[in-house]
Design a protein around this ligand. Structure first.
Ligand SMILES: C[S@@+](CC[C@H](N)C(=O)[O-])C[C@H]1O[C@@H](n2cnc3c(N)ncnc32)[C@H](O)[C@@H]1O
Length: 269
């Protein structure tokens, strides 16, 4: 990351190292698994994009390889890169447990340690929101640089106007400005037009879809350790409702895209 302040950098990486030990397994196994009717089995979820067998694919900000594992299962040659060594250690355990030989690398998305035009595909899911807009732009530039011509990348970011994200942004705002909470990791929620503009400046094609239309129940932040859990009997119905809105948003009613929790940006070099 282009950082002016090495203390900030250390603290930033430290939060992810800590998160790797605590939050990732907890959120996955302990909490979100409760909502399986809504989310499906997170540990066995298919990647949210098509995977090409044999394609050299970069997972930028792989975390504990929640997505890299199913990508490898489908026959791609995947490389996981993350800024946190502790996350990579979780990744290694997770991948080895499932019979893969992990190719993992510590690195920073804003300065990828790869040659130009070397990957068939890349993806970066839920990483850009933790970086400043300027660093996010650098990451996109790096993704463009390392992709071969015609290569495709998928970038997932949380979107600005989803009820859940508005609530999160509000809580983050008061915790920083009222309670003077100092956290090196801040969430940036992207407007659809903003991420489109960033990508169109670089890539030859850019297509954006919106996902996860749900009520603001999934609040698990440092500031609000509570869950607004809807009784289980309503999960299936809510999921169907959410899927129907998603289909409309990515079809005949594009203005609804603004309200999905995440945006998936497909870009082609
Ligand atoms: C919210 S997690 C997402 C993990 C994974 N992509 C997933 O969807 O399960 C964000 C991850 O990005 C990593 N990360 C944050 N900033 C990064 C950077 N500048 N370069 C590479 N990885 C970074 C963090 O260490 C963390 O593992």
């Amino acid at each position: 990351m282009i950082v002016k302040d090495s203390d900030f950098y250390r603290a930033y990486v430290g939060v992810w190292d800590e998160g790797a030990m605590k939050d990732a397994p907890f959120i996955t196994l302990g909490v979100e698994a409760i909502l399986t009717d809504y989310y499906g089995n997170l540990l066995d979820a298919p990647p949210p994009f098509p995977v090409q067998k044999g394609a050299l694919t970069l997972d930028l900000g792989c975390g504990w390889s929640r997505v890299l594992k199913p990508v490898l299962d489908r026959g791609a040659h995947g490389i996981g890169l993350d800024i946190s060594q502790a996350m990579l250690e979780q990744s290694r355990k997770h991948l080895e447990k499932h019979g893969h030989t992990p190719a993992l690398l510590r690195g920073d998305g804003t300065r990828l340690p790869f040659r130009d035009d070397s990957f068939d595909a890349a993806y970066s899911l839920l990483v850009l929101q933790h970086l400043s807009k300027a660093n996010g732009k650098l990451v996109l530039g790096e993704v463009h640089r390392i992709l071969k011509s015609g290569g495709v990348a998928y970038i997932r970011v949380p979107s600005r106007f989803a009820p859940e994200n508005l609530l999160f942004a509000f809580l983050q705002f008061i915790s920083i400005h009222l309670f003077r909470y100092r956290d090196p990791i801040r969430m940036r929620f992207y407007r659809l037009g903003e991420i489109r503009k960033l990508c169109r400046g670089l890539f030859s094609e850019c297509e954006i879809t919106a996902h996860e239309f749900r009520p603001p129940w999934n609040i698990h932040t440092k500031w609000t350790w509570h869950y607004i859990i809807v009784p289980r009997r309503f999960h299936r119905a809510l999921r169907r409702f959410s899927d129907r809105i998603e289909a409309k948003a990515n079809g005949p009613l594009p203005f609804l895209r603004h309200f999905g929790v995440t945006l998936m940006v497909k870009v082609t070099k």
